[in-house]
Write a protein that binds this ligand. Structure first.
Ligand code: F6R
Length: 610
């Protein structure tokens, strides 16, 4: 949420900053800005509301020539989307600051700084940081000491980068609750909230830990831990195999990522099934020693990742015989929960940085869990680093704000967990083989599901004038209906709700009329006949349905029901396969509605504020 890029170099850096912002734009995109230190020691800044392109155009008209600078793309938390609220914020034309996170005590600090004579020009919480640093510089001659004194007064979360007009060629950064990574170059160094921003300029990265501060110049980087002691952080070499720079021939990242799912799932499986079993290190070295004693699983996640967890509950209890709770992280972290004996805390996250999920993971360490596992797509993320075990989903960088390939690969990771737990809990050899066979068949099944693209595109116009929609599923397809509804609402802005089909008659049936399309997920499973009865309940009330059905389920299409046949697949992997047509439906409806598919309004990719 929000993106930060900073650089100090011998060359002009505004192009590097802008390219970095462009790559981070998926994290926040309501306004953007940059500030550079010009050769005559002045801070020159440009900010624009709207996309990074607006800022690029502005820089095109007013080129900025500095060799040290900071830049930011914003997702508004405090203060509306205005140029005045865009970062960088600058105090007394000299201290420039960019910030991710939320400063919770900003009102108190604002009052104090006003009394000291500082004038505020924005409604943001961030502006207190630049004035505080400016104030502290009156007591501490050195910029690092001033920033250190300032951040000690902050409550809340921050990843922040500070530039001082009196200290050219230097950036001071601090991390607490919002990730920062330092990029190491030759005669130049960088900082960003995500290494993706820096891939065009370096492949060497150093990840700051919680409470770290760093002093960055062209020729070196000094890191200090939360006690203020100098510390060496490991340097990681990025393989840079995946450079998410482009959309290829696809119109949107989301469409590209939908089509990448067969290969993403192949990657997620590769080398992890050996002789019909989950390989010992799929979840990290020594993982089987932890997993063998697990009797209960507590899953915590947000949004789409939470839906993956809900599917896993059906699998874990039915196949591995392990009890399982699934909870939204923002609820879990603020309630007193009961920890079952021998429980595993599982977080699921594409980014590995979602603030609520990360807080739940940290909380779990105080609660007596046997261990923690994260199912995650970013190997360098906080969740991977802070969990005992990790299953990397290997989906490749996901740029579209609406999660697609991250979800299906999470489900693969969760099915692997079912296998691993089942292996140590007496899951029969036949059942294990069945699961392994179904997983191996999955990439081909996803390819078949993608062939529905044209048919789904053709029916999308029927949704264009609709304001509401209802998604129905039963069993492990109920969370898939929820995920379908989330996709439709987030990118087409059509109100979409999901219900377990058996729950219809307990209220939502009152909504049914010809104006609200009902989307039904209907694989050929043991609940099919029950689902068919629910379909009849809708039909009897004049509802218009779109049924995604196994062709052997024998649904008869008519004026009130469009049947989209999905080729037959094993019941175990059906939740993953049926996800694809629902993703395609939301994509094509969004195209008809003309929304910003990759960057839907009001949203951001990595939700690093709670
Ligand atoms: C929806 C979507 C979000 C994320 C949620 C959690 O398409 O992408 O609901 O799933 O913000 O994010 P991660 O998985 O990064 O923890």
């Amino acid at each position: 949420m929000c993106g930060i890029v900073g650089a100090t170099s011998e060359r002009r850096i505004s192009e590097i900053l802008l390219e970095g912002l462009k790559r981070l734009e998926y994290r926040g995109y309501d306004s953007a800005g940059l500030a550079v230190l010009s050769e005559n020691g002045q801070i020159e800044s440009l900010r624009r509301t709207g996309k990074v392109q607006e800022l690029k155009d502005a820089v095109g008209e007013h080129p900025l020539g500095g060799t040290t600078g900071i830049a930011h793309t914003r997702w508004a938390t405090h203060g509306g989307v205005t140029e005045a609220n865009a970062h960088p914020h600058i105090s007394n034309d000299c201290i420039a600051v960019v910030h991710n996170g939320i400063i919770e005590n900003h009102s108190k600090l604002r009052e104090k700084l006003r009394e000291l004579g500082y004038e505020f020009r924005s409604d943001t919480d961030t502006e207190v940081i630049c004035h505080l640093v400016h104030h502290e510089k009156q007591q501490h001659a050195d910029l690092f000491d001033a920033v250190q004194a300032a951040v000690k007064q902050l409550d809340g979360a921050y990843g922040t980068v500070v530039m001082d007009c009196q200290d050219p060629g230097r950036l001071v950064v601090a991390r607490s609750g919002s990730p920062l990574v330092i990029g190491l170059g030759i005669g130049e160094n960088f900082v960003a909230s995500d290494q993706l921003a820096l891939l065009p300029v370096t492949r060497k990265f150093m990840y700051l830990e919680e409470g770290d501060m760093a002093d960055i110049t062209r020729t070196g980087v000094k890191v200090y831990d939360k006690s203020g002691s100098r510390i060496e952080r490991a340097i990681h070499e990025s393989d840079g195999q995946y450079d998410a720079g482009g959309k290829g021939n696809y119109r949107h990242f989301m469409l590209k990522e939908i089509h990448e799912q067969p290969s993403a799932v192949r990657n997620a499986l590769e080398g992890r099934l050996v002789d019909g079993k989950v390989s010992g290190n799929a979840f990290g070295e020594g993982s089987m020693d932890v997993l063998k004693d697990i009797e209960h699983v507590q899953i915590v996640a947000c949004g789409t990742s939470y839906h993956a967890g809900m599917v896993a509950r059906y699998w874990l209890e039915a196949l591995a015989g392990v009890s399982c709770n699934v909870e939204i992280a923002s609820e879990f972290r603020y309630r007193q929960s009961h920890v079952h004996p021998n429980s595993l805390l599982v977080t699921i996250s594409q980014s590995g940085e979602t603030a609520d999920t990360l807080a739940a993971l940290r909380l779990s360490k105080e609660l007596g869990y046997k261990g923690s596992l994260t199912i995650c797509n970013v190997s360098t993320s906080s969740m991977v680093r802070e969990s005992d075990l990790a299953y990397m989903t290997r989906a490749g960088t996901e740029i579209g704000v609406a999660s697609t390939k991250a979800f299906t690969t999470q489900l693969v990771g969760l099915m692997m967990l079912v296998l691993a737990l089942g292996q140590s809990r007496g899951l029969s050899g036949d059942k294990q083989q069945h699961i392994v066979g179904a997983l191996k068949a999955l990439p081909a099944k996803l390819e078949e599901a993608l062939l529905l693209s044209d048919e789904i595109e053709a029916l999308a116009p029927e949704f264009a004038d609709k304001f509401h929609s209802l998604f129905l599923g039963r069993g492990s397809q109920y969370p898939i209906a929820m995920e379908g509804a989330l996709k439709l609402k987030e990118i087409s802005y059509i109100h979409a709700e999901a219900y377990a089909a058996g729950e219809l008659k307990h209220g939502p049936l009152a909504l049914i009329d010809a104006e609200m399309p009902v989307i039904v997920v209907a694989p050929n499973d043991e609940l099919l006949e029950k689902l068919k009865s629910n379909v009849e309940e809708v039909r009897a009330r004049g509802g218009i349905m779109y049924v995604f059905a196994d062709k052997d389920a024998h649904f008869q299409g008519d004026a009130s029901m469009r049947v989209i046949n999905v080729s037959h697949c094993d019941e175990l992997i059906a939740p993953i396969v049926y996800t694809i047509p629902l993703q395609l439906l939301s994509y094509f409806v969004a195209i008809i509605k003309g929304t910003d598919v990759d960057q839907p309004r009001n949203l951001a990719k990595s939700v690093t504020v709670e």
